[in-house]
Design a protein around this ligand. Structure first.
Ligand code: CUA
Length: 329
């Protein structure tokens, strides 16, 4: 629709048309009221101009009808904007369950991508058309922002934190990827491409790029190489907590609090182990800050995620089983 109108990037994801619809509604609304107010300022200035030095307009003491009108109409308009954009915001932030996962690390000045199946790319991301893709973003140094205009996706990549975004590409092609947060001298060169392939072509691409096994298996190798396994053995005498079935659960901490064992918590427990120590254990784990890269941290997190619970369920309660507010115990 906008191919002949270069002010707008093409619409190549399921988000694009919805984001544009809201955007054009806001533009039209703003244009309408700017015009209306501008014309009324000019019209009233002419109509109610001072006609003689003694001209005195009649005094006005309020008008209920007028005040209700200029209160209720704007209220209705902003309510439409609120509910429309809240609905869109939730859509953009709720990742579908069946999304394939991709990990992205921003670094001055490149984008490093790892697929769960082990493929790695730099400044390129290959995805299949018609499938939701979840991005987990982080940064190795400063704040970057992952921006794909054709998908209407923009998400900051922050150091020491994981952020997520998702999209579903609607047609094959090659789309621009930008860094949208000034990050230093070569910020404007921190660009790349999203390559959207037909499902069959994507399978061919996957088969061609596989090297050292999946992300989780790369993490398992690191887990051995870094000797994590000597403390996190999983038996009762181990010096570190067992990691089987840990991911997604709620963990009791030494300070009496709890933590949800998500990706951010696991990453933090590797680089700053003393931040949130598990109840019943001493804060004896050394930090791995600087010893493992962000990409290796992602591999380790993927490995911990892949560890399913063995034998009887651990004493910690699953996060999902927390009672809903107001539910009877
Ligand atoms: Cu990275 Cu700008």
């Amino acid at each position: 629709m906008w191919s002949g109108f270069p002010l707008f990037p093409e619409q190549a994801s399921s988000h694009a048309a919805r984001v544009d619809a809201l955007y054009f509604f806001l533009i039209a609304l703003t244009a309408f009221f700017s015009l209306l107010i501008g014309l009324m300022v000019i019209g009233f200035a002419i109509r109610y101009r001072r006609r003689s030095p003694n001209d005195r307009p009649p005094a006005i003491y309020g008008s209920l009808a007028l005040e209700l009108t200029w209160t209720l109409i704007p209220l209705g308009i902003v309510a439409v904007i609120f509910f429309w954009s809240a609905d869109l915001y939730l859509t953009l932030n709720r990742v579908p369950k069946d999304a394939i996962e991709v990990h992205v690390v921003g670094k001055r000045w490149m984008w490093k991508v790892q697929h769960m199946t082990g493929q790695r790319e730099i400044n390129e991301l290959h995805v299949p058309v018609g499938v939701p893709v979840k991005l987990t973003l982080t940064s190795e140094d400063v704040i970057h922002s992952f921006y794909v205009p054709a998908f209407r996706v923009k998400k900051d990549a922050l150091p020491a934190r994981y952020t997520t975004a998702w999209f579903q590409a609607t047609r094959p092609g090659r789309y621009h990827l930008f860094c949208a947060e000034y990050c230093g001298t070569r910020h404007s060169n921190m660009i790349g491409s999203i390559v959207v392939l037909e499902p069959a072509a994507f399978q061919v691409w996957l088969a061609g790029g596989a090297s050292g096994g999946s992300l989780a298996s790369a993490g398992e190798k690191l887990f051995q190489d870094l000797a994590c396994v000597t403390c996190h053995r999983g038996d009762s005498g181990a010096r570190g907590p067992a990691l089987d079935g840990l991911f997604g659960r709620s963990v009791a901490l030494a300070d009496g609090g709890t933590a949800a064992a998500d990706e951010t918590y696991i990453r933090e427990s590797i680089v700053t182990p003393s931040a949130r120590v598990v109840a019943g254990y001493q804060p004896i784990m050394p930090t791995y800050q600087g010893l493992v890269s962000e990409e290796q941290l992602i591999q380790l997190v993927a490995y911990v995620r892949s560890l399913k619970a063995k034998g009887p369920a651990p004493a910690t309660a699953p996060v999902a089983a927390a009672p809903a507010p107001g539910a009877r115990p």
